[in-house]
Every structure is written in structure tokens, then in C-alpha cells.
Design a protein around this ligand. Sequence first.
Ligand SMILES: Nc1ncnc2c1ncn2[C@@H]1O[C@H](COP(=O)(O)OP(=O)(O)OP(=O)(O)O)[C@@H](O)[C@H]1O
Ligand SMILES: [Mg+2]
Length: 317
Amino acid sequence: MPEIGHIPPGCGSFGRLQRCSSSAYRCGYAFVVAPCIRDKTASNANWRYSEMSSIIEVEGLSKKFGDLIAVDDISFAVQAGEIFAFLGPNGAGKSTTIKMLTTLLDPTSGKIILNGKNPAVDADAVRHSFGIVFQDPSLDDELTAYENMEIHGVLYGVPKETRRARIPELLKFVELWSRKDDLVKEFSGGMKRRLEIARGLLHHPKVLFLDEPTIGLDPQTRNHMWNYIQNLNKTEGITVFFTTHYMEEADRVAGRIAVMDHGKIVASGTSAELKAKTNTDNLEDAFLALTGKTIRDEDASPLDRMRMRRRHWGGGR
Ligand SMILES: Nc1ncnc2c1ncn2[C@@H]1O[C@H](COP(=O)(O)OP(=O)(O)OP(=O)(O)O)[C@@H](O)[C@H]1O
Ligand SMILES: [Mg+2]
């Protein structure tokens, strides 16, 4: 593993993108893009870059909506094949970050590289690298499960023969094959969520973004869904980037976690590292120690408040 240099104090667990003098480690932006890992063999316990490849690289990313800074100068990297949790209270900036990573929003400033491509330059290539399950439902209720899959495949330019093979495979994978000809409006919340995951996988993405994929689902369905996703991660090597408000879910599933609050990443690391850092013995307590106990309703927009109320009263997504 080539050592490139020590990262200055203040570097988080994900490393920091650094200007690099070695052409072997220079990406299009002249930044070293590999995350750093702790060099366990080094007696001085400094950080150094690893040669592990990052599939998502974010440097100094910000998003403003008028005077509101929704995302405030965040930097992180996610390695290929990781399951990475992005946690934070309501209004922290998680969905806004995901929207920037997935070309739905233009950053106010900062750099993103996804699967080696810059969304600002090559949005189409970036779009083909990921699948997404949005926080808010995005299926067409008036179409059948199969038709929702088919339309997505056509929009993404998946060839007909591939669609014919892949759609049944995925609908079987999420156990909806027997309901393929039923209208989505007749589906339960869990079935819709499973269909959205299947749809997000149709074009063989390298990265799957899941923005609160399990909200409003019963424990059985949540459990089932994470089994699918972990299985996918293992068998197809898909990188998973997800948000959730269920801390036990993040604890169980995520390899690494970033905690965001008021637009900033306030801590990052494995669940064990976050617990150690906050001197707590479960992730929920670690999360509360990092982000405080104040309810964020007062910070929320009317839309956020409506979502929160819907969640609270079980209206789901
Ligand atoms: N299109 C928009 N216009 C104006 N403000 C927005 C817009 N989208 C998000 N915001 C604001 O940006 C902030 C971050 O919102 P975001 O949806 O990213 O939060 P979040 O972390 O995903 O929260 P939640 O857990 O409730 O989903 C909030 O204050 C929100 O009101
Ligand atoms: Mg959100």
C-alpha cells in the first residue's frame, strides 16, 4: 500500500481530499480521491491514504436555498462496495445531499465525483451509475408493477431483451412477481417500497441511494428489505448509501456512518467508533449526544412539518 503522506490534524475517518503531487493519485480535479484509513502498523497512529477506491467523493459541498444553508461545506468519501449510512435529524440536509449526488440539484459550491464522473460535466453517465429510492414515493400508481419497471427501463435505455430478462428476475427477487399485473395503487406501503428498490436496480447500478427506504414499514418488512439489500451488496458488490431515522437499522447494516446536523457532518466512523467517541453504548444515544435533544420542528419548512406529521400519524411516505 503506497504511502502518500500524512493527513493533517482534523481529518475525519473518511479522509479528506488533498492536493496531490503524484500523478498516479491525481484525478481530474487534481485531488487525491482515496479515503484514508488508520495505519494500524504505524506507531504514531497517524492517518494515511489507502489505495482503496472511492466510488463517491465529495469535497466542500454546499447548497443554499436563498438565505438557508441546507448543506454547509461537507467532505466525505465512500468506498466501492460499502454500506454507508447518512444519519441526521429532520432538516439536517441529508436529502439535499442525496439530490446533489444524484444530479437532481445543482450544488451552490463544491465538487462531487461519482463512479469517476463529475455530475456537473457528465450528468448522463452519472445517472446511469446509480439507482435511487426517493424519500417520497415516486411510482406511477395508475400503472402495474411490470409497467413501472418497463417505463424505467425504457427511460434508462435498457435494451428490450435485457428488460425481458431482468424485470422478472428483479420482481421475483422482491417477491412481487405474482403481483406484476396489479395496479400499484392496490399495493401496500411495503410492496411499493420493494417495487421501488427493484426499479432502482433495473439498469445494474453501481451505487444504490436509499433515502429512508423503510419509513412506515413494519419490522418484518424492514427486516426483509435489509436482507435483500445486504444480499445485493454481497452478491453484486453494489455500494449502498442510505438514510434512516431507525438507529438500530443503521447500527446493524452500515459499515460506516456519517452524522449530519444543521448542514454539517458532525461525526463519522463505524458505529463502534461513534459510541466510543460519545461514551455511549448504543447508536441512538451516540446520535443524541452528537446532535442534541431539541426537536427540529421549528427549523423545518411547512413541507418538512407535513412529512413529520404524516410519519407520526402513520400516513407513511
Ligand atoms: N427545495 C427547497 N427549497 C427550500 N428549502 C429547502 C428545499 N429543500 C430542502 N430545503 C430545506 O433544506 C433543509 C434540509 O432539508 P433536507 O430535506 O435535506 O433535510 P433531511 O435531512 O433530508 O430531513 P428529513 O430527515 O426530514 O428528511 C431543510 O431546512 C429544508 O426545509
Ligand atoms: Mg430527507
